[in-house]
Write a protein that binds this ligand. Structure first.
Ligand code: GDP
Length: 337
């Protein structure tokens, strides 16, 4: 591959031959919001759409400090030991504000990032939640086409990004700390309901006994919560990402559960539903982007916003007229009088 080509065919070939630089560049291409890059990205994705091995897509969430990167490092090395190729994507919409993940990501999962059977990709700089869905989903397609058969998507447990990640993965694991309930740990109930697994991390040393009690508490509480799967409470397991205790059984549970979902057809149904919901979110985002860019809409938007804020124009009427500007091919739509 020569220079900084973004030629989709060349990128696809190099990526599938295992050229890591090509994979990194392909992900950068699908993350780009430039129009010419979008066109190339779409060609690349179209070419690769049917190439993907069926990877196990695992979402991981939990509050900062719970041990996500330590856990992923341990889990991935274990899976690599069993012959898997593992990719890790991180989704952290907060990094735009804090800038914190840039330094952090250099040191996080350092063992893993160096491993030839692994690929670790931090959040793109300037990430926003709106873009998370499309970019990460597209990156998953690329990683599967490049032969990664375990794709882990990590998200920091502080916002709506969990829902986005749960919607693009096969299984979703929530890491929690030994001790207090959800409220104390700042975990929203909705997140607990999304989880296929709850893992109580740091079950070691002084917190080992407390972790045991937390497992019992959650098992109890989950009986009264709506689970992700009807009639099936999410398993709650203790582990220590630091000592490695419990990591093998967590991985075994995850693998077995994935195999069951695959066999029963539930996984196919989940993915079909995800693809459908992706279609709609993509359609919504694309329409809104085009709408905002439309010359006649753009010319009016600031003024309309001002008049709506001042109470001079009802929002519903403003929407109807703006939409008419957007869709009227004759350009003769009534002005905002
Ligand atoms: P993240 O912010 O969720 O990715 O958390 P990290 O993986 O960066 O871990 C946060 C801190 O907790 C680090 O100091 C880790 O060494 C420590 N840690 C992670 N897992 C464990 C564990 O299982 N036991 C103990 N005792 N400490 C852990």
């Amino acid at each position: 591959m020569s220079g900084r080509t973004t030629d989709p065919e060349a990128l696809a070939d190099a990526m599938c031959r295992g050229v890591r630089r090509a994979l990194a560049r392909a992900i950068t291409l699908v993350e780009s919001t430039r129009d010419d890059d979008r066109a190339n990205a779409e060609r690349l994705l179209e070419r690769l759409a049917t190439k993907g091995a069926n990877a196990l897509r695992l979402g991981i969430t939990g509050v900062p400090g719970v041990g996500k990167s330590t856990f992923i490092n341990a889990l991935a090395l274990l899976a690599i030991g069993q012959g898997r190729r593992v990719a890790v994507l991180t989704v952290d919409p907060s990094s735009r504000i804090s800038g914190g993940s840039i330094l952090g990501d250099k040191t996080r999962m350092a063992d893993l990032a160096r491993h030839p059977a692994a690929f670790v990709r931090p959040s793109p700089a300037g990430d926003t939640l709106g873009g998370v869905h499309r970019r990460t989903r597209d990156a998953i397609v690329l990683l599967e086409a490049a032969g990664f058969d375990l794709v882990i998507v990590e998200t920091v447990g502080v916002g709506q990004s969990e829902t986005a990640v749960a919607e693009m993965t096969d299984l979703f694991a929530l890491l929690i700390l030994p001790g207090g309930g959800d409220e104390l740990q700042g975990i929203k109930r909705g997140i607990v309901e999304l989880a296929d697994f709850i893992l109580v991390n740091k079950a070691d040393g002084d917190t080992a006994a407390l972790a045991g009690r937390t497992v019992a508490d959650y098992r109890n509480a989950l009986r009264y919560l709506r689970g992700r799967e009807a009639g099936h409470a999410a398993p709650v397991l203790a582990c220590s990402a630091l000592t490695g205790e419990g990591i093998a059984s967590a991985w075994e549970e995850i693998r077995a559960h994935h195999a069951r979902l695959l066999d029963s057809g539930a996984l196919g149904a989940r993915r079909a539903e995800q693809a459908r919901s992706h279609l709609w979110s993509e359609l919504g985002e694309t329409l809104l982007r085009r709408f905002r860019r439309h010359p006649r809409v753009r010319a009016q938007l600031a003024d309309v916003e001002r008049r709506v804020s001042a109470g001079e124009l009802p929002p519903t009427l403003a929407v109807r007229r703006l939409l008419a500007l957007f869709t009227d091919p004759t350009g003769r739509e009534e002005p905002f009088e």
